[in-house]
Design a protein around this ligand. Sequence first.
Ligand SMILES: CC(C)(COP(=O)(O)OP(=O)(O)OC[C@H]1O[C@@H](n2cnc3c(N)ncnc32)[C@H](O)[C@@H]1OP(=O)(O)O)[C@@H](O)C(=O)NCCC(=O)NCCS
Length: 382
Amino acid sequence: MGSLPHTSLPDAESSDLILTHPTQDEKYATWRLNSKEWKGALSEEDYLRREPYMETVPLSKDGGMQHWVLTSEASPEGSKRTVLSSCETLRKRVLVGDAAGQVKEGIAYGVGSVFTDPALRGNRYGARMLRELEKVLRNGAEPPECQQQRPLASALWSDIGKQFYAKKGWPAYPSLHVTFAIPGGVAAGDAEAARHARPITYDNLKELCDLDEKLMREQLAKPRSDGKMRFCFAPDYDIMRWHFYRDDIIARALFKDRGPTETKGAVAGPDGKRVWVLWVRNFHENPQDTAKNKMNETAPAEELAESFAAVMAKAHGYARDWKLGKIDLWNPTATISSLIEASRLQSEIVERHVDSIPSMRWYGEDEGEHVEWVANEKYCWN
Ligand SMILES: CC(C)(COP(=O)(O)OP(=O)(O)OC[C@H]1O[C@@H](n2cnc3c(N)ncnc32)[C@H](O)[C@@H]1OP(=O)(O)O)[C@@H](O)C(=O)NCCC(=O)NCCS
């Protein structure tokens, strides 16, 4: 994918432009170019290992993940076509509850890695690609014979503020998180509290995901007087494992002398009153720079102050062990917020204005009506 001299750049409105899937060479060329944006703490070599690996994990495999490029069909014969802009989509299960409390299941797409070669930027190729993608996603990105359901929505997490995608039809949703500082030393009582929490590993993860989905369905089944639809990404085993496989491959590349961690979160409390958190690590370009590292959590599904203290103590211990400078928890519910307030944890509420802005385009029947995104948490992100 080389840069074209300006004179031969196609017009972004040209009818010759098509949205299609990249060849293997085009995919690698795109990864090489966009590695500067998204490799984070990884070397380019490790990033070029992570991206194809992520095509093979749960959620992505069997056509769940698709790569897209905007290119020109009318390339001169024998010359390589030019990738004008690129992105990827990931199909996910979603749950929707209407005002009467009827719950149905569907699919939605997470859009990610929207990218234009720096040499080609500002020519409206990004905008044209998103317009073409929108037409495809609205009707289902899979070949007709593989389509089971019409999609209900597409979502993306903007790293370029709230305006760019909102203008293109993906309005921004709340982008708050609570950030917990990780003090150097273990606070008095933390070690004791952490003893009441058990680790979440691949052994008990599925059971908790199933329970989380059941609780989510119960929440969506409550009728609402304000007439609003409620929508959430199903907090299922595949969506969670996608995060953990990604987390593992990054940590393995960065910490070659440390074995993989089996701990994916913590759970505390008796059945029916359990609190649990799942977390992934996010390493800054310099993993030793703990102040810039963070850990993201999904919020617990059931509440109890003592159990909350236990899982948070466990999370703090894990963060300290991996030299992560803070823990971020996205869009806490009222219950979680009151648990945080009642705890003695040091925390601060942050509104993100530029990075990871959840943005969602609704394709449901009642298009235009305001839809509430329930559990708008980190697990939804891709
Ligand atoms: C964002 C990006 C895909 C736009 O591609 P493009 O082909 O230049 O897009 P277009 O020419 O259609 O649109 C240019 C618009 O993008 C806006 N834009 C570009 N970079 C931006 C940034 N970092 N923050 C805010 N807006 C940005 C321009 O201001 C312009 O806005 P306008 O439509 O109001 O005039 C491209 O700049 C890119 O690849 N950036 C690096 C990767 C990235 O951040 N991707 C988005 C991840 S969510």
